[in-house]
Design a protein around this ligand. Structure first.
Ligand SMILES: *[C@@H]1O[C@H](CO)[C@@H](O)[C@H](O)[C@H]1NC(C)=O
Ligand SMILES: *[C@@H]1O[C@H](CO)[C@@H](O)[C@H](O)[C@H]1NC(C)=O
Ligand SMILES: *[C@@H]1O[C@H](CO)[C@@H](O)[C@H](O)[C@H]1NC(C)=O
Ligand SMILES: *[C@@H]1O[C@H](CO)[C@@H](O)[C@H](O)[C@H]1NC(C)=O
Ligand SMILES: *[C@@H]1O[C@H](CO)[C@@H](O)[C@H](O)[C@H]1NC(C)=O
Ligand SMILES: *[C@@H]1O[C@H](CO)[C@@H](O)[C@H](O)[C@H]1NC(C)=O
Ligand SMILES: *[C@@H]1O[C@H](CO)[C@@H](O)[C@H](O)[C@H]1NC(C)=O
Ligand SMILES: *[C@@H]1O[C@H](CO)[C@@H](O)[C@H](O)[C@H]1NC(C)=O
Ligand SMILES: *[C@@H]1O[C@H](CO)[C@@H](O)[C@H](O)[C@H]1NC(C)=O
Length: 506
């Protein structure tokens, strides 16, 4: 059965129930194939099979792979907008062969993903205990809103589970962001490094763009590590918060007044968005919103940079266009550059290690994983004689978590820092500030901003004699190498048994 073609069926949502009942009597005929917009009870999808939302065919669900990795995920994406995944099921448990894996719906309403060894690596929970008849049928239906719902086939308001209750990094119109009291789950957006993707199973018209992706500067990390940034609803409050590692808030909408968010009232005024509402009842507390125009897609997404981004897509725009972004400066995202690095809004790449430091994981430094930060190239010896010194870095906005010491001038402050092994930096600005341990959110300002300050970073004393030694060794080594090559070539030519000598050389 060609899932691509069957996806174009125009069935209205209300008539589904009728179709479903009819299908069920036929299901023995083709057990493995799913209907166009749903997975019926006992059916499954596998390999390149997809289901398409109905009636407008806006979303599609199936296996996809991020970049050129060998990991496959079940996801939902816009069918006719290239490479925009809005939801992922098995985000921590990829499969390696989608054709040997399957997403299957059981009669009890559980949807489970089985990998190539036939073990269930992901499954839905039963969020709502509905008084279900043992005789009743269930169905997993992909709606045009992008919501994937498992319901009682005869009663679509009896929702057993829905993807809108388990968002990943995208908040769609109609979706919920907040707290589900029934399941005790936070409806939180987590940034995941696989957000930017290319597909192997998509239609021909995206092939071109897929090719271009490999040339564009954005990279997809192959490793869907858990996100470090999240968007949460404040506990017992009505503010939405951007959080670093679940604990450190770095941006907030401000409380909801019933009409606006106090710190970002412009959200409510946007012509593309309406019905922003806050619901709090015995089931949970959450925000939701609607899109004004059915033909202009709108989404909020927790971006790869830790920023919350609202984008629109319409036939006239041809691509996702961002119309709102907070925090507007990437360097204001807490911990974006990780420890011991400087964030500079005016340069590419934004994050550079402080002097004497190197990226913790060099492989990831250029990609989206800059939050892993930097580590010391050589550890501080921390001896009282002072083999350590300070480099002065001008025009900085200081990192947070400084401590104030009693130093009366810059020299006393320097000594105070040197005498404490955990002191990593100091600054004297009419009082003595010192920093201990990891340094976060060091921001480079331009000198003409005239607000930055001098900052003194503790580094090991440069070992000049060692440097010259290395240069000498390098030069000698180089000469020796050239000599060796000459000898080998000479021998090669003379003896005529070049191959053996060549092997020997290696
Ligand atoms: C789906 O996979 C089958 C089996 O490998 C293949 O024959 C078919 O061409 C594929 N369809 C698409 C649209 O890629
Ligand atoms: C539903 O059925 C499947 C397969 O029989 C089983 O593995 C799963 O535990 C069941 N789920 C619930 C919530 O009963
Ligand atoms: C259970 O099934 C019976 C008969 O099939 C029906 O009358 C009844 O309404 C069903 N109950 C629910 C909760 O679906
Ligand atoms: C459909 O399900 C809802 C939610 O469980 C329930 O309140 C309603 O009574 C059900 N309707 C029928 C006809 O069973
Ligand atoms: C993609 O590449 C093609 C040719 O390789 C080019 O014509 C097209 O403009 C590119 N598209 C984008 C969005 O860069
Ligand atoms: C939220 O409210 C509950 C119950 O009123 C209370 O136990 C809890 O401490 C509150 N949490 C915060 C963070 O205020
Ligand atoms: C995030 O928090 C956890 C637990 O609080 C901690 O173990 C971990 O080191 C933190 N990660 C980073 C990058 O700060
Ligand atoms: C906004 O909410 C009202 C009342 O619930 C609803 O009738 C209307 O369709 C919603 N607007 C959009 C664009 O969804
Ligand atoms: C400073 O470093 C040198 C060479 O690394 C070492 O010989 C010397 O003992 C160190 N001085 C102190 C006071 O630790």
């Amino acid at each position: 059965m060609d899932m691509m073609n069957s996806g174009r069926n125009k069935i209205s949502y209300k008539s589904l129930v009728v179709v479903l009942v009819f299908c069920c009597t036929l299901k023995a005929a083709d057990i493995s194939a799913a209907s166009s917009n749903m997975i019926s009870q006992g059916q499954s999808i596998s390999g390149n099979q997809t289901i398409t939302s109905s009636p407008r065919g806006i979303f599609e669900l199936g296996f996809f792979t991020p970049g050129n990795s060998n990991n496959y995920y079940i996801g939902i994406w816009y069918k006719n907008v290239q490479e925009t995944v809005v939801w992922v099921a098995n985000r921590n448990h990829p499969v390696s062969d989608p054709f040997l894996s399957s997403l299957q719906l059981f009669p009890n309403g559980t949807l489970a993903l089985f990998d190539q060894s036939k073990s269930a690596i992901w499954s839905t929970t039963r969020d709502l205990s509905i008084a279900s008849n043992s005789t009743s049928q269930v169905a997993a239906i992909l709606l045009d809103s992008g919501n994937f719902v498992i319901t009682d086939a005869l009663n679509s308001s009896a929702v057993i589970w829905q993807s809108f209750d388990h968002p990943t990094d995208t908040w769609l119109p109609g979706g919920k962001l907040g707290y589900n009291k029934l399941t005790n789950e936070k409806l939180t957006l987590y940034w995941k490094s696989w957000t930017r993707l290319s597909f192997i199973f998509l239609e021909k018209n995206t092939k071109q763009s897929l090719k271009n992706n490999t040339l564009t500067p954005w990279r997809s990390s192959q490793n869907p590590a858990p996100g470090i940034f999240s968007l949460d609803l404040e506990q017992n409050g009505t503010s939405l918060l951007l959080m670093y590692n679940g604990t450190r808030m770095y941006w907030t909408t401000g409380p909801w007044t019933g009409k606006i968010f106090t710190k970002v009232p412009e959200i409510q005024l946007n012509y593309l968005i309406t019905n922003i509402s806050y619901v709090s009842n015995e089931l949970g507390s959450y925000f939701s919103y609607d899109a004004v125009y059915p033909d202009i897609f709108v989404k909020y997404m927790l971006d790869i940079s830790g920023q919350l981004r609202a984008s629109k897509w319409g036939r006239d725009f041809h691509q996702w266009t961002s119309f709102w972004l907070r925090p507007s400066e990437q360097c204001d995202v807490y911990g974006f550059c990780g420890a011991f690095s400087i964030c500079n809004q005016q340069q590419v790449p934004l994050c550079v290690c402080l002097e004497g430091f190197e990226p913790r994981s060099p492989k990831d430094w250029d990609s989206a994983d800059s939050w892993e930060g930097c580590v010391r190239k050589t550890p501080l010896e921390c001896t009282s004689g002072g083999n350590e010194t300070f480099v002065v870095i001008p025009d900085l906005s200081f990192p947070e978590n400084s401590e104030t010491l009693a130093g009366k001038n810059i020299d006393e402050c320097r000594l105070a820092c040197l005498s404490d092994c955990s002191c990593t930096a100091f600054a004297y600005d009419s009082r003595c500030l010192v920093w201990k341990g990891d340094l976060f959110n060091v921001k480079q300002l331009t000198s003409d901003e005239n607000v930055g300050k001098e900052w003194h970073l503790r580094v090991p004393k440069a070992k000049k004699e060692n440097k010259t030694l290395w240069i000498v060794t390098g030069v000698l080594g180089g000469l020796l190498g050239i000599l060796l090559v000459i000898v080998v070539i000479a021998k090669n030519k003379c003896s005529g048994s070049g191959e053996r000598i060549y092997l020997h050389f290696y």
